[in-house]
Design a protein around this ligand. Structure first.
Ligand SMILES: Nc1ncnc2c1ncn2[C@@H]1O[C@H](COP(=O)(O)OP(=O)(O)O)[C@@H](O)[C@H]1O
Ligand SMILES: O=C(O)C1=C[C@@H](OP(=O)(O)O)[C@@H](O)[C@H](O)C1
Length: 301
C-alpha cells in the first residue's frame, strides 16, 4: 500500500493555529479535494508547505456518510490531522536520529511492516523487511518454504546474517521477523540503531493474522482449530517462551496505552499512522533520555 500524503495549503485551506501533538488545533475550512503527499513517488521528500498538487498525488476523499452516524468528513479530518502530526513529529525527531537505523521488533502480526513503511516514508529512510531479505539470500520464495526445505535453525542463521549486514548501513527502517529477538547476537546488530517494540495484545494479533491466514507463518501451522484459535493458541505459547525478550528494545509502543490515552478500550481502532506517531514520540523520549549531550551539541550547532 503506497501512502502519499503531503499538504498543499492552496487546496485545503488549512490554517495552523498552534501545534499541540496531544491535540492538533487547526482551523478547518470546507475541503473540496485534498492533495497530500509526504513523499513523491520518485522518492523526493516533500516539505510541508510546498504546493504539491500533481494529479498523481491527489487523494480525493469522500465526505459521504460512512457507517451508522459516523461522519465521513469527521473521519477524513481525523486522518488529515494524523498525517499532519506524523509529518511534524518526524521533522522533530529526524535531526536527532543522525541517520541511525530503526529496527521494529514485535510478535507476528504486530504491524512491523505496516508501521515500518509509514515511518520510512515520513523520515525519508529506506524500508527493509528482514524476512524478504532472508528469502532473497536463500533463493526461496517464502519463509514457510525455508522452514520446510531446510529448518528453523537454518532460517535463524540467515536472519542473523541479514541483520549483521544491515547493521553497517544508515537511514533504514527494518521490519524484523518476530523471532529476531530470541538470539542475543541479533540484539548486538540491532542496537547499532534504535529498536522499537510494537507491543500488541495477543487477541488483536490473532484477529489480524486470522484475517490474512497463517500460511505465511510456519510457526502457526501446527495448531488445530479455526484460524483465530490456531493463531491465538500458538502466539500465546510463543509469547510465554519469549518472555521479556521484546522488552530489551530502546522504545516500547504499547497499543493498549495509546488506546487508553485516546479513550478507547479496543486497540483495533488505532490506525497505523497513530501508532507511527507514538513510535516517533517514544523514539524522541529515548533520544532525550539517552543522548541529551548529542541533542544539546546539535542545538548549539
Ligand atoms: N494498526 C493496524 N490496524 C489494523 N490492522 C493492522 C494494523 N497494523 C497492521 N495491521 C494488519 O495486520 C496484519 C499484519 O501486519 P504486518 O505489518 O504484516 O505485521 P508484522 O510485519 O509485524 O508481521 C496485516 O494484514 C496488516 O494489514
Ligand atoms: O515469530 C517468529 O518466530 C517468526 C515471525 C515471522 O515474521 P513476522 O513477524 O513478520 O510474521 C518470520 O520471521 C518467521 O515466520 C518466524
Amino acid at each position: 500500500m503506497e501512502v502519499t500524503v503531503g499538504l498543499s495549503s492552496r487546496s485545503i485551506g488549512l490554517q495552523r493555529r498552534e501545534w499541540d501533538f496531544s491535540r492538533c488545533l487547526v482551523e478547518r475550512k470546507r475541503v473540496p479535494a485534498l492533495s497530500l503527499s509526504v513523499r513523491s513517488w520518485n522518492g523526493a521528500p516533500i516539505r510541508m508547505n510546498n504546493d504539491y498538487t500533481h494529479p498523481k498525488h491527489k487523494v480525493y476523499c469522500s465526505t459521504k456518510r460512512t457507517g451508522a452516524g459516523a461522519s465521513g468528513s469527521e473521519d477524513f479530518h481525523n486522518s488529515v490531522d494524523e498525517a499532519l502530526i506524523l509529518k511534524r513529529k518526524s521533522e522533530d525527531v529526524a535531526p536527532y536520529l543522525c541517520g541511525r537505523c530503526l529496527y521494529l521488533v514485535g510478535m507476528m502480526g504486530s504491524g512491523k511492516t505496516t508501521v515500518g513503511k509509514i515511518l520510512s516514508e515520513v523520515l525519508g529512510y529506506s524500508f527493509f523487511d528482514s524476512d524478504k531479505l532472508v528469502e532473497q539470500a536463500v533463493g526461496m520464495s517464502s519463509v514457510a518454504q525455508i522452514f520446510k526445505e531446510h529448518s528453523e535453525a537454518f532460517f535463524r542463521d540467515n536472519e542473523s546474517e541479514v541483520l549483521k549486514d544491515l547493521s553497517s548501513m544508515r537511514r533504514l527502517v527494518v521490519a524484523t521477523g518476530g523471532g529476531a529477538v530470541i538470539r542475543p547476537i541479533n540484539w548486538r546488530y540491532m542496537k547499532q540503531g534504535i529498536t522499537v517494540w510494537l507491543d500488541v495484545p495477543l487477541e488483536a494479533l490473532a484477529k489480524r493474522i486470522a484475517a490474512v491466514g497463517t500460511d505465511s507463518r510456519p510457526l502457526l501451522h501446527e495448531e488445530p482449530g479455526d484460524p483465530y484459535t490456531k493463531a491465538f493458541t500458538r502466539l500465546t505459547t510463543l509469547a510465554e517462551q519469549r518472555g521479556e525478550a521484546y522488552a530489551n528494545a530502546d522504545a516500547r509502543v504499547c497499543l493498549e496505552m495509546i488506546a487508553s490515552k485516546q479513550g478507547h478500550s479496543d486497540v483495533c481502532t488505532l490506525t497505523p499512522i497513530a501508532i507511527a506517531i507514538e513510535a516517533l514520540i517514544k523514539i524522541e523520549a529515548f533520544l532525550n533520555e539517552k543522548a541529551p549531550i548529542t541533542k544539546r551539541a546539535f542545538l548549539q550547532g
